[in-house]
Design a protein around this ligand. Structure first.
Ligand SMILES: *[C@@H]1O[C@H](CO)[C@@H](O)[C@H](O)[C@H]1NC(C)=O
Ligand SMILES: *[C@@H]1O[C@H](CO)[C@@H](O)[C@H](O)[C@H]1NC(C)=O
Ligand SMILES: *[C@@H]1O[C@H](CO)[C@@H](O)[C@H](O)[C@H]1NC(C)=O
Ligand SMILES: *[C@@H]1O[C@H](CO)[C@@H](O)[C@H](O)[C@H]1NC(C)=O
Ligand SMILES: *[C@@H]1O[C@H](CO)[C@@H](O)[C@H](O)[C@H]1NC(C)=O
Length: 611
């Protein structure tokens, strides 16, 4: 889902700071450093680093002030100020300024919304991506009412290999998939929380979870790639029909079914498909799937991801009456929505479809291996969607259906885990509350802090997305379900930062334990000891973090997921430390050293160098 996003690059750190923020940071620097955490396990380096981060940010903001005229972002800040001042013409000057200061400290990205008439999507749907890592039912039970409180109206559930398929499809299900009873409980819990459920089944691309198996390999478009289904085989449709039937039997009350169809990277490659134009292949497959679904479930409305439609001509879509078959779900997770879906594409959609859905993201969009979402970037994406929806809704005859806040767990079936749901709950709260109100500002403070079970405290500002985009600092005392996992990510971040610095020192900066020293068994024992002096502490920190991780994820994920996460995020450091330990022991075991020159490395001949 996310390949477009990668191209956007690293525009995260907007230089939208201003003199006022600099002042705020100075105050923070003076008082904030003393701010003590309840977290006893934080590393002692943390405060020192925090002070450095704040100091760096301060330097940056001071630098920006000088360039404020050249910099577009300076204009943003001024517009923002003007909005406030004009809105509060009646207030005293002092009051005006304290408000401006307050709002700017929150670091909320500026999006030019019509605040007199905020656009609120009729449906606000939370995407639950279960692929390859099921949440524990007891945890979901705590989340659903919370989603409701935050403003959600429904769930888009992507089971992938976590659905309890049966019969001929049995092997698609992971062995730790939900049971039928568990799916029924999930749906009951959703009903209790008054959340409508939309199931999602991939029916064209991203069918890796099935096509990876030998028994379904014959349905592949490309024999050695499990990504896409071949639309020209009748068995493909039978296969889809079986999946749809099994899912629909467990979702008798769903009014919508999402049939995926994003990122079909392989199309028109098999012998049969090659004879046809891509767009016809795509459209005809959608039509076949929809007709097949409707023959059994005539009332159900069908949704597809829109990315494949962006480049298909309007005429081709109208020829098969695509508008009567499906509703498109337009997804963009980067900040600049029109960059990916241009106004001309919107015009085309409005001509073809009576309505449309949109999809933003609250996690899983800015990097495959991230473990905590950048709430500021996601908030900007969501606020911009409000702006785009407010503009585009009127051109669709039936307006817009709603907005789905996606929360990807993996980028595809084979990818490692990205941000886990509990670590993204604060981001979800921020974004869900924003889209359910049509804006986000300090008047939503209590709603936000209450939803996340934050203690009564008078921390001002209550968030600062510029200096604290992961919200670790501001929300470290909140006790929402899964808060220990949220805080775990802060510890991981600290562990990673320290460990990477250390590894870089050992492997690259210091001159006695580089790969050359190790290959040639040639170093000075005293120096080796010096280089690795910090390692025992880091090693034990990593091991204790693994234990903390296991404890804090118990009750939220199953043991497979917990172990996968630890293996991906923490174990590589432990292995690396052990390798360094072994290497250092060997280097220190040497007591006599050869005269120089050391032997020429034979392997260099691979490089075509004659030495
Ligand atoms: C927040 O925005 C809403 C909607 O525009 C507005 O009514 C309210 O006064 C704003 N609150 C603050 C503190 O700016
Ligand atoms: C599932 O996989 C097992 C082991 O590979 C195989 O024996 C069995 O026939 C498969 N089941 C179905 C329904 O194809
Ligand atoms: C995980 O493993 C532990 C230890 O074997 C066990 O007590 C616990 O019940 C397991 N958790 C789950 C969710 O299976
Ligand atoms: C380090 O050496 C020990 C003992 O020889 C060995 O068991 C272990 O696999 C080695 N670890 C690594 C990471 O090389
Ligand atoms: C390095 O030297 C030690 C001590 O002489 C020896 O035991 C070890 O095998 C050597 N290792 C390599 C890779 O040459």
């Amino acid at each position: 889902m996310n390949s477009y996003v990668q191209r956007v690059g690293l525009t995260a750190w907007r230089k939208k700071t201003s003199v006022l923020v600099a002042t705020a940071l100075l105050i923070l620097l003076m008082f904030g450093v003393q701010y003590s955490r309840i977290d006893e396990n934080t590393y002692f380096m943390e405060e020192e680093r925090d002070a450095k981060v704040i100091a760096d940010a301060l330097m940056k903001s001071i630098k920006n002030v000088k360039f404020v005229d050249k910099d577009q972002t300076g204009v943003d800040a001024m517009v923002r100020e003007e909005n406030f001042v004009s809105k509060r013409r009646g207030a005293s000057l002092a009051e005006q300024f304290s408000d401006i200061e307050n709002e700017q400290q929150l670091g909320i990205p500026f999006v030019n919304l019509d605040l007199k008439n905020p656009y609120i999507p009729e449906r606000r749907i939370v995407h639950l991506d279960f692929k390859g890592a099921p949440s524990q039912i007891a945890y979901l039970k705590k989340l659903f009412p919370l989603f409701k409180v935050m403003g959600a109206t429904g769930l888009l559930i992507e089971y992938e290999d976590m659905f309890p398929y049966q019969g001929s499809l049995k092997n698609i299900s992971a062995t730790n998939a939900f049971t039928v009873q568990e799916v029924k409980r999930i749906l009951m819990m959703a009903e209790d929380a008054k959340l409508e459920v939309i199931p999602l089944i991939q029916t064209f691309g991203h069918v890796e979870f099935a096509l990876k198996l030998a028994e379904f390999a014959s349905l592949r478009e490309v024999p050695n790639s499990p990504q896409a289904l071949c639309p020209s085989r009748s068995n493909s449709l039978n296969f889809i029909q079986e999946m749809v039937n099994q899912v629909m039997v467990l979702h008798p009350n769903s009014k919508y079914l999402h049939i995926g169809c994003d990122e079909v990277f392989q199309m028109g490659e098999c012998d049969v498909c090659r004879l046809e134009v891509h767009e016809n292949l795509f459209l005809r497959h959608i039509k076949n799937v929809v007709q097949m679904v409707r023959s059994k479930y005539p009332q159900i409305k069908i949704i597809v991801w829109d990315d494949m439609l962006r480049h298909i001509p309007q005429g081709a879509m109208q020829d098969i009456h695509l508008g009567s078959l499906v509703e498109p779900m337009v997804w963009v997770y980067a900040e600049d929505i029109y960059r990916f879906v241009q106004p001309s594409v919107w015009e085309k959609y409005a001509a073809v479809f009576r309505t449309a859905w949109t999809a933003s993201a609250f996690k899983g969009a800015f990097g495959e291996t991230l473990y905590i979402p950048n709430a500021r970037r996601h908030l900007e994406n969501n606020l911009r969607w409000l702006d785009v929806m407010a503009t585009q809704a009127s051109s669709f005859k039936d307006g817009m259906r709603g907005l789905v806040l996606t929360g990807w767990q993996r980028y595809d079936h084979f990818a490692v885990l990205c941000e886990l749901l509990p670590s993204a709950l604060p981001s979800l709260a921020l974004n869900l509350i924003a889209v359910s109100n049509g804006y986000f500002n300090s008047s939503l403070r209590n709603k936000f802090l209450t939803a996340l079970s934050c203690p009564e405290q008078n921390i001002t500002p209550f968030i600062n997305l510029d200096s604290d985009p992961f919200m670790w600092e501001k929300l470290s005392r909140c006790i929402f379900p899964g808060n220990t996992v949220f805080r775990l990510m802060n510890r991981l971040h600290n562990m990673e930062t320290e460990s990477r610095e250390f590894l870089d020192l050992v492997h690259r900066q210091k001159g006695w334990m580089t790969s050359y020293n190790v290959r040639h068994n040639y170093s000075l024992p005293l120096r080796v000891d010096e280089v690795i002096a910090d390692m025992p502490r880091l090693y034990h920190a990593a091991i204790s973090l693994a234990k903390i991780a296991a404890d804090s994820m118990a009750g939220i994920f199953d043991n497979y997921t917990i172990s996968e996460w630890i293996e991906q995020k923490i174990y590589p450091y432990i292995l690396e430390f052990e390798r360094i330990q072994n290497d250092s022991a060997v280097l220190k075991g040497v007591e006599q050293w050869p005269v120089r020159p050391l032997p020429i490395l034979k392997k260099l001949q691979r490089l075509g160098i004659a030495l």
